[in-house]
Ligand binder design. Sequence first.
Ligand SMILES: C[S@@+](CC[C@H](N)C(=O)[O-])C[C@H]1O[C@@H](n2cnc3c(N)ncnc32)[C@H](O)[C@@H]1O
Length: 251
Amino acid sequence: MGMPPPDDGLPEVTVRPTIDPGDVADVRSFYVNSTVQPFRYDDGPESYAVFIAEAIASFGPSSVLEFGCGAGRNLAVLRELTAARLVGVDLNPAAIAWGRDNFGLDLRVGDEAWLPAQGRDAFDIVYTVSVIDHIPEPEAAVAALIAAAAEFVVIYEIMHRETGRLAQMEDRQGQPTEGYPFSYFHDYPRLFASSGAWNLADIALPAGPTGVLPYYRLQVYSKRWAWRRQKLVSLLRLQRPMPDPPDPPAR
Ligand SMILES: C[S@@+](CC[C@H](N)C(=O)[O-])C[C@H]1O[C@@H](n2cnc3c(N)ncnc32)[C@H](O)[C@@H]1O
């Protein structure tokens, strides 16, 4: 008998392969005027947010759009690292109003239908932080992101080898619990390729240790052939993790 395949070390999640078309309308009403998503990083930015901002600033863009920016807390981090023109767009008017008033950022209310009006190649970089993983049918959004980005689309989303809706995850004690609502695993390389963009970098970048947070990855895509031969990842600064807890949760 052969050895079983190695565990990927991540907490277990259950993925329901089919996505209900009714989710498209439900997820919008979930987010419009929602105040569930924090509008700012209360205790300073999370380390993933700093990593994303540093990665984007490292490309030296002259303009950046955050699609699904919420109140703009990621743009507020990025603003410290770049002189680029920064714009955010989100379908939630309450978040946009808060971010305009409190961060003074250039934020607009809109969804993927807002993007084509900005023009092709309107921004050097377009990025997302946990947005496409809340869009049940993301084909149109992905195509519009690629069209709007002259150089790169950078995405930070949950990813898994199985695709579909997140149905169950583990709580902090390792017990099964309902997944974060309206969260989807998509096949991003396939989605981007079908709109003419290629994966240039793929980095595991957990947002935290529990639930679905370890499933976050940072990926960089481009439609420009010239980038396909470049080495995008020049420096990885992996930090030594804390020692494992004495009793990891039983499986
Ligand atoms: C999990 S929150 C992340 C917010 C922000 N990126 C952050 O990290 O704080 C997901 C955001 O995506 C927005 N969103 C979801 N679907 C969208 C769409 N189709 N167009 C624009 N924004 C969308 C929601 O309103 C929400 O603000």
